[in-house]
Design a protein around this ligand. Structure first.
Ligand code: CTP
Ligand code: K
Ligand code: MG
Length: 181
């Protein structure tokens, strides 16, 4: 595959993991997952991790996976690119893993004295990638190995922080998000 083709396959494979965090920003609010609990004076997760944001984010990512699955035959016929079809367990694992990675990162931020919304460079850009990839690998290892080949993985790791910073900057400028990260 050429670099451009690898990029297309990488974005396709990660689409269901890219959408949840952005959907959560739109859907956020309501009861925080940690129920307001604290440890050592800091919240466990904070008000930025809610049940509604997590549920809507996961459903939005799963919807993207189902739409992409429906498009595979047409897209493959038109381009010849080996874009993946998501098995049912992966339809859920990619977006849910992305949300869990983001939630785990907030726990780490609170334990290290960072308030809600504080930046943690590196963690902010990779938490959901690592979460989604780990959950997908646990859910369907053969599918994972066939889809996330080394070149696709490299593209994912290089491209994701750029896409993440780009979409978050747009959300920030449109007033949807209070910080650009
Ligand atoms: N959000 C949510 N539930 C989630 C993730 C995100 O409701 N599981 C919503 C919240 O409204 C959150 C917004 O999306 O404020 C932006 O997400 P994020 O930047 O991850 O949260 P922060 O508010 O910055 O908090 P943290 O410092 O814990 O990352
Ligand atoms: K985050
Ligand atoms: Mg944030």
């Amino acid at each position: 595959m050429s670099l451009v083709e690898t990029v297309v396959v990488a974005i396709w494979a990660m689409g269901p993991a890219y959408v949840p965090n952005n959907a959560a920003v739109l859907a956020g609010g309501g009861r925080p997952i940690d129920g307001g609990r604290t440890r050592g004076g800091a919240r466990l997760l904070g008000d930025g991790k809610t049940w509604r944001g997590t549920a809507v984010g996961t459903l939005a990512g799963a919807a993207v996976a189902l739409v992409l699955n429906a498009l595979v035959p047409t897209f493959t016929a038109a381009t010849g690119l080996p874009v993946p079809t998501f098995p049912p367990v992966v339809v859920v694992a990619l977006p849910f893993g992305a949300m869990v990675g983001d939630i785990a990162a907030s726990g780490l931020k609170r334990r290290t004295g960072r308030e809600r919304g504080a930046a943690f460079p590196g963690l902010d850009q990779y938490d959901f990638v690592v979460g989604s990839l780990v959950f997908a690998a646990l859910a369907a290892l053969d599918w994972f190995a066939a889809t996330f080949t080394p070149p696709v993985l490299v593209v994912v790791l290089v491209l994701t922080p750029l896409l993440h910073l780009g979409t978050n900057f747009i959300a920030y400028r449109s007033g949807l998000k209070s910080e650009p990260w």
